[in-house]
Write a protein that binds this ligand. Structure first.
Ligand code: HEM
Length: 397
């Protein structure tokens, strides 16, 4: 039976609210085919979760985005292990994990708090500010720079470069020239930093990556640079969007908003429910390495397949009252916001820690806040979901 549902990740109506379309996909076309854009999409939680773990039938080798990539001759410098399959992926991820350890992230906690305060305090003093431009959009990149050992004097510049790397003009989904140039500048910066560390090691992540070794195998300079670049691409905008999505959805659900504001220990529940309800990374792409038969349809080998993370997290087959934003939610079903299987997000613990520290500081200093929803603006992106602008008015404690 053919379904009339149409889904394009480039549709502005989908960016405004993708969830009604996701619901129709799950019910009417769980193995959805878009002929025009030449992709397949899976939307049910059980399928998305299972296929994240299936590295036999799905490959990352053609990249994990549906958007046209145009990195050309620079690809080798920015090409990360996210776009490699095992065993090459596993080799790099294991080496990187020797340096990017949970302990290193834990030890960063006091600095993460200082960085959150550095941006949040002046914003709160003004009473009215843009939650994205003045706070959430600045803080995650500074944390990444801190981790890598980027000197403070260079951080504003690196933040601008990172923003340009991710920036897309309205309605343009391929990589603009300015983004490519910014990527090269970022890569050049990290190459210089690495050269400095070759002369003098410090105790930062960059030095730890240079020393990482498994049975005599080490990371090359290009591999370290590609990983530093991957951290920016994977860990900056996603965390920014998580923070602002949390502020927005709590505002839209005043009963829920009250919970972390009366008990800051509830901030972790607030973050988890935001990650489920409206996650910043809505989908990943894969390539089928063989025919995949599912729900009576066969996805042919070679096809591009989207795993719709945002839809899976709202699947009523997996979550009770899935469309309710409920920070009291207790569920056995894992959310898929950080992916799954061999490519499971390497920075999930860092993202959660940053969000907990930043939003705890927010609820401890703020009595109440309002979002100017008329002036709030969403980003238009095929997979990033969140706000470009989120004007707020706060009443401090
Ligand atoms: C991978 C989401 C924050 C580093 C992923 C994947 C998802 C994801 C869905 C899997 C992609 C795939 O399978 O194709 C998120 C979200 C974040 C976040 C929603 C914030 C709310 C971070 C941070 C870092 C980071 C803070 C580090 C600074 C990575 C890396 C990978 C990855 C390195 C690739 C892992 C691999 O290929 O083995 N992330 N991420 N992420 N993420 Fe995150």
């Amino acid at each position: 039976m053919s379904s009339g549902v149409v889904f394009s990740p480039y549709d502005y109506a989908v960016h405004t609210d993708p969830y009604p379309t996701y619901a129709r996909l799950r019910d009417e076309a769980p193995v959805y085919r878009n002929d025009e854009l030449d992709f397949w999409a899976l939307s049910r939680h059980s399928d998305v979760a299972a296929l994240f773990r299936d590295n036999t039938r799905l490959s990352n080798a053609n990249g994990v985005s549906l958007d046209p990539a145009a990195w050309g001759p620079y690809a080798h410098k920015t090409m990360s292990f996210l776009a490699l399959d095992d065993p090459r992926h596993n080799r790099l991820r294991s080496l990187v994990s020797r340096g990017f350890t949970p302990r290193r992230v834990r030890d960063l906690q006091p600095r993460i708090l200082e960085l959150a305060r550095h941006h949040l305090h002046p914003a709160l003093e003004s009473g009215e500010f843009d939650f994205v431009a003045d706070f959430a959009g600045k803080f995650p990149m500074d944390v990444i720079s801190e981790l890598m050992g980027v000197p403070e004097a260079d951080r504003d510049r690196l933040r601008e470069l990172a923003d340009t790397v991710m920036h897309r003009d309205e309605g343009v989904f391929d990589v603009p020239q300015a983004a490519m140039e910014a990527s090269l500048n970022l890569v050049a910066y990290y190459a210089d930093m690495l050269a400095e560390r070759r002369k003098k090691r410090t105790d930062d992540l960059t030095s730890a990556l240079m020393d990482a070794e498994i049975d005599g195998d080490r990371l090359s300079d290009d591999e370290i640079i590609a990983f530093l670049f991957l951290m920016v691409v994977a860990g900056n905008e996603t965390t920014t969007k998580l923070l602002a999505n949390a502020a927005y959805w709590a505002h839209r659900n005043p009963g829920e908003q009250a919970k972390p504001f009366t008990d800051p220990a509830r901030v972790t529940d607030w973050i988890e429910e935001t990650l489920r309800y409206d996650t910043s990374s809505q989908m990943v792409a894969r390539t089928a390495t063989e025919d995949i038969a599912l729900h009576g349809t066969t996805i042919p080998a070679g096809a591009r397949v989207l795993l719709l993370v945002g839809s899976a997290n709202r699947d009523p087959r997996a979550f009770d009252a899935a469309d309710d934003y409920d920070i009291d939610r207790r569920t056995e079903t894992p959310i898929v916001s950080f992916g799954g299987g061999t490519h499971f997000c390497l920075g999930a613990h860092l993202a959660r820690l940053e969000a907990r520290i930043a939003l705890t500081e927010f609820v401890e200093l703020v009595k109440s806040y309002d979002v100017d929803t008329d002036r709030a603006q969403r980003v238009h992106s095929s997979n990033v979901r969140g706000f470009a602008t989120l004007p707020v008015r706060v009443e401090s404690r």
